[in-house]
Design a protein around this ligand. Structure first.
Ligand code: ZN
Length: 397
């Protein structure tokens, strides 16, 4: 004989471990490690939730839970508005093999009445919900992730070959503030690869040309152009409060400055470079930056190349060629790394160098190690102030 809804709920409640709201509050205050799982609908979650809660609406639970909480021994407290949906959720979780599930009873409505702390997610407006809808559909991004991107700041060194594709996609993705450092003007010979710029803007400063395009692409984005060359006098001011530095620089003096500043100021750097048909990319995560987000640090540029080559061994001053499409590939990989760092998702290229050979169409990965005697990030640094190296020729960018 079929059982009634009341019987069903009563049976499930007997089978699930319930925890009082006072106990949930106590564990929250004691910062015990629990995953609070909010199984209410998105609209309810948006109006407020218990701080730190993960939102998976009841209807999506089976579909999303294993990707959001892969470890089935995770200690979970499920809650809803009144305790019914969370009890049903607990039954499902048990069936899926989750072994440490409790449900809060009653639920969020009472939690709020008790005056216990709540959080509300940063709100996107209707236009933003529409614009970023494909991000909102990804649980790894969602509304909270999109709001994080909108509040993020990325500084791009160079608005050239690498900076063009990265800034276009970072703007499209809704990274709220993009700083661009470039002192050059658009030249006709740039247009073979620097897709931010256009024939009609030859002769215009690159930062102005870039700003026009990026703002038109996404008015949510604040574009700040710095029409200056990075040097020891301005590097700290320019790095300012940016979250991630995307280095598309084309010369050694800048590369070393970017590195030293990133170590001292604690900024992650997504480094890309290109030459003829080959490109490479890695993410430098210095100690201070890693500590801020609770991950392991990796090597810095000077761990690999402690000093620039002497000028007579530096790359030839003749202009090197570059396949026009190549910076598109590398610049987009840089943008991908930057987005991952901002969202704190995935595995960044820390301690890994990804190389790309466009002729063979082959990617390879090399492990990069931290140098124990690195002159900048080692325990006994020999370099402690900025150095303006001179006498190097530009590589194409
Ligand atoms: Zn180092």
């Amino acid at each position: 004989m079929a059982i009634t809804y009341t019987d069903l709920i009563a049976t499930i409640r007997r089978m699930t471990r319930e925890v009082s709201l006072d106990e949930v509050k106590r564990r929250l205050d004691a910062r015990e490690t629990y995953t609070l799982l909010d199984v209410r609908e998105k609209e309810e979650f948006r109006a407020g939730y218990i701080p730190g809660a993960l939102s998976i609406p009841r209807g999506f639970l089976e579909i999303q839970i294993e990707s959001r909480i892969p470890d089935k021994s995770t200690r979970i407290i499920a809650y809803c508005a009144g305790g019914t949906r969370s009890a049903l959720a607990a039954k499902t979780l048990a069936e899926l093999g989750y072994t440490n599930v409790e449900t809060a009873n009653p639920g969020f409505v009472r939690w709020k009445d008790l005056g216990y702390p709540t959080e509300t997610p940063p709100q996107l407006n209707d236009a933003q919900r529409d614009r970023y809808s494909r991000h909102l559909l990804l649980p790894e991004v969602g509304e909270a992730g999109q709001a994080k991107l909108l509040a993020s700041k990325v500084l791009l060194i160079g608005a050239g070959g690498l900076g063009s594709p990265s800034s276009l996609y970072l703007a499209a993705a809704g990274v709220g503030t993009l700083g661009l450092v470039d002192a050059d003007v658009v030249d006709a010979s740039n247009l073979q690869r620097q897709v931010l710029h256009a024939t009609s803007r030859v002769g215009a400063p690159k930062v102005e040309s870039a700003e026009k395009v990026l703002k038109d692409l996404n008015p949510d984005v604040r574009v700040i152009g710095y029409k200056e060359r990075l040097d020891s006098s301005n590097v700290e001011r320019l790095f300012g409060d940016y979250d991630v530095i995307v280095d598309g620089t084309d010369n050694f003096p800048t590369r070393y400055l970017v590195n030293d500043a990133s170590v001292w100021l604690g900024k992650p750097v997504v480094h890309g470079s290109i030459f003829r048909f080959d490109g490479q990319i890695t993410t430098f995560m210095p100690d201070k930056a890693a500590a801020k987000i609770g991950i392991d640090a990796g090597p810095c540029y000077r761990c690999l190349y402690p000093e620039p080559p002497p000028p007579h061994l530096a790359p030839s001053c003749q202009e090197a060629g570059v396949l026009g499409i190549l910076p598109g590939v590398i610049g987009l990989l840089q943008a991908t790394e930057a987005i991952k760092l901002l969202l704190r998702t995935g595995e960044p290229l820390i301690g890994r160098l990804l190389t790309y050979d466009s002729l063979k169409m082959r990617f390879r990965e090399l492990r990069l190690r931290r140098a124990p005697d690195c002159p900048v990030c080692g325990p006994e640094p020999s370099i402690t102030s900025y150095i303006d190296y001179e006498g190097f020729c530009a590589l194409p960018s």
